[in-house]
Design a protein around this ligand. Sequence first.
Ligand code: AMP
Ligand code: MG
Length: 490
Amino acid sequence: MTEKTYTKTGWNFDNSYARLPGLFYTHLSPTPVQSPKLVIFNSMLAASLGLNVQELQSQAGAEVFAGNQIPEGALPLAQAYAGHQFGHFTMLGDGRALLLGEQVNPQGKRFDIQLKGSGPTPYSRQGDGRAALGPMLREYIISEAMAALGIPTTRSLAVVTTGKPVFRETVQPGAVLTRVADSHLRVGTFQYAAQWGTTEELRALADYALQRHFPDVRLDRNRYLALLQAVIKHQAALIARWQLVGFIHGVMNTDNMTISGETIDYGPCAFMDTYDPATVFSSIDRKGRYAYGNQPYIAGWNLTRFAETLLPLLHDNEEQAVQLAQDELAHFGDWYQEQWLMGMRAKLGIANQEEQDKALIQDLLGMMMKYGADYTNTFLALTFEQQTDTVLFGHPEFAEWYEAWQARLKRQPQTQAGAQQLMKDSNPAIIPRNHQVEAALESAVQKEDYCVLERLLAVLAKPYAHSPEQQAYAAPSEPSEQPYRTFCGT
Ligand code: AMP
Ligand code: MG
C-alpha cells in the first residue's frame, strides 16, 4: 500500500467498498443541513481513529458530521442490501445513511465511517432520509455501553443536530449520527447479491468479506465454507454475549446482522430488568419474534439465510453445497451453548467445568423467573454476598440452591477471592437501564441539557469498576402500569 499523508483533521480515507462491482452501491453526497450543531462527540474514539480531536470539536467538525463538508479522501455512497424483515424478504439499502469511506487508523486498522440521517437516497422508499435526535442519542448511549461491556459493536463518534425538525409521531429535532464499524457488510448484503447479482458479483462480495474480516482463512481449501464457518462462530459468540448481559436487540432482521460479528442498528433495543425469556420491548414486535429467549434461534435462522446465499460458491453440485452448508450450520447451537455456558460459569465465579454446571445455572434462572428477580442485580448481589431484600433471596428454594453453589465453588482450585474477582469481572455493576436512558434523552431533547446524558455515559464507560457512584444507577425502574415500550424511531 502506498504511504498516505494524514489531513490536518487526521482523515486517512480509503474506499475499498467502492471498488466492488457497482451493483453494491450508489455514489451520492449527503444532503446539506441548515445549521449543524455538534451536541456530542466521542473524543476517545476519535483519538483511536487517528483523528484530530480539537479540530473536529470545532464548527468544522459539525460541518463534517452533518454531511455539509466532505472530508478529503472520502467517497460517499449509499450501500445496497436486502433482508428478511420479520421473516419477509425485501429490498432495502441505506435509505437514510451514507458511507463516507474507510478511515485507516495509525495502526493500519480500517473502520467504516457512516453518517446516519444524512438525507434521502435511491433506497429511501417512503422515508425522508432523516433521523430524529432522541433515537440517535439512544444509539450513541447503548452502543457505547455495549463497547464498554466488551461486546462487539459498532461505535458512535458524534451526533449533530441539523436545525430542521423531522416529523414522526411527534415533531422532533433532526440529527445525524456518525457511526463507526468494522464494516457495514450484512447478511442482507449477501442476500442482495444472491438475489440480484451474478455469481461473479457474489464471489467478489464474499472475497471482499474474507479479506476484510477473516484474512487468515483465505488459503483454506473451500474458502467460502470457511467464510460461513467464521460468520457462524462470530455470531454464536456475539449472541451469547447479548444473553449474558440481558441485551435485547429488538429487530434482528437479516439486514441488521453483520458479517463481522458486531452488534449493529440500535433501534428498539433495550436491556431486560426482571428475568423473563419472553421479554419484548419493541412496539412493532407484536408476536415476540425477537424476544430475549428467542435471540439464539433467530440468529440460527438468519445464518441459514446467509448460508443459502453462499450455495453457488460452496460447490458446483447443488446437493453437495446444501450438505456442506447444513453441516456447518449444525455447529451453531453447540458453539453458542459453549460460549454461553462459559460466560454463565464466570458470572457465578466458576472457573473449571463440571457436567452439572448447566443444571445449576438453569435452576437459578428458573427461580429468578419464578420470583421476578432483576437479572443484573441478582448476579451483583451474589458477587457481593448481599442476598437481601428480594423475594428470591428470602425463599427456602434459594437457600438450597445457594448451598449447592457454594459446594460447587469449593470443587475448584480457585480461592474465594479468586472466584469473587471472576464474578466482578463478569457481572456489570451497571447496564443502561431503560428509565435512566429515557431521563438522559428527555433532558437532552426537551431541554438541550446534556449533563444527565454525560453523567450516564461516564458511569456506563466502566461497567466492571463497581465504583460507589454506580450504585445510584443500579436500581430497576419503579414498577409502572404501562410496560416499557421502545420504537424504531425511523
Ligand atoms: P432499520 O429498521 O433501521 O434497520 O431500517 C430498515 C430500512 O429502512 C433501511 O433500509 C433503512 O435505511 C430504512 N429507513 C429507516 N428509516 C428511514 C427514513 N427515515 N428514511 C428512509 N429510509 C429509512
Ligand atoms: Mg437496519
